[in-house]
Design a protein around this ligand. Structure first.
Ligand code: 13P
Ligand code: ZN
Length: 280
């Protein structure tokens, strides 16, 4: 069933776990993620990078996500990931998204507040909630990490914008880590406390050690993002299959194993964040 961001965040809050948010790129990754969610009876988020919404991919992919969500036996939220501007947020709503991220983390603090607040207000008209980002979560290729989110700024940001959840910079980055990251768990706890237990979001989930993810969830992470490792699960399987001399050539049949590789990866993450069996 297709649900909005509030719906899945409320489940996570009540059950003390995190909603796994998986980035999807094509029909096959949608199918892998959906199979994992249904097999484990987990509420999930399927999210899409903004570049796909700017290119024509979003036009074709959105109906696929909606079809999957509407037929699903578990709650599925269709979320825009890292929306940089109102172009992507508005287009995503038109395409049927039920959750929106406005990522103003590279803007000056007050500008981030102003733009996020504006998007929160627009999204309210269509019962869609917004994820904000404060403290920029960069990539593993950056020379150094930006400053971590402070509890004091997070309190002001949440109060002034009205976001449903907040992405925080606490030691993760997007992409493949060269060495495993260490998270600032005490900071997560402090931000939770200062923001009246606002749902916090951890980006850059691929390659974060399992124990660190468990501690982060216990400290108040309620949405946990995975993208890079979905790509690796899918493409590594494609590459393996392509090495075989007797490989399948019908594309639909060829895709069955990569779909299952995505499913297996997602099942492992669903269990890790404690979302299995939590569909309601
Ligand atoms: P990874 O690609 O590092 O898993 O990050 C996912 C993410 O945060 C998507 O916004
Ligand atoms: Zn991210």
């Amino acid at each position: 069933m297709l649900v909005n961001l509030d719906y899945v965040l409320n489940l996570a809050e009540k059950g003390n776990f995190a909603i796994p948010a998986f980035n999807v790129y094509n029909m096959e990754t949608v199918m892998g993620v959906l199979k994992a969610a249904e097999e484990t009876k987990a509420p999930i988020i399927m999210q899409v990078y903004p570049r796909l919404m700017k290119e024509e991919t979003g036009y074709f992919l959105s109906p696929v996500i909606l079809a999957a969500a509407k037929r699903a036996s578990v709650p599925v939220c269709f979320h825009l990931d890292h929306g940089p501007s109102e172009l992507e947020t508005t287009r995503s709503i038109r395409y049927g998204a039920t959750g929106i991220m406005l990522d103003g983390s590279t803007l000056p603090f007050e500008e981030n507040i102003a733009l996020t607040k504006k998007v929160v207000e627009t999204c309210k008209y269509v019962d869609v909630q917004v994820e904000g980002e404060l403290g920029h979560v960069g990539t593993t290729k950056d020379a150094e990490m930006d400053e971590f989110t402070t509890a004091e700024d997070a309190k002001k940001f949440v109060e002034e914008t009205g976001v449903a959840c907040l992405a925080v910079a606490v030691g993760t980055a997007h992409g493949k880590y060269t060495k495993p990251p260490k998270l600032d768990i005490e900071r997560i706890k402090a931000i939770r406390e200062a923001t009246n237990n606002t749902a916090l979001v951890l980006h850059g989930g691929s390659g974060v050690p399992d124990e660190e993810i468990k501690k982060a969830v216990a400290a108040g992470i309620r949405k946990m993002n995975f993208a890079t490792d979905i790509c690796y699960a899918f493409l590594d399987c494609c590459l393996d299959e392509l090495q075989k001399p007797d490989r399948t050539v019908a594309v639909d049949n060829f895709m069955k194993k990569p779909i299952d590789a995505v499913k297996d990866f997602c099942i492992s993450r669903i269990k890790l964040v404690g979302a299995d069996g939590k569909a309601k």
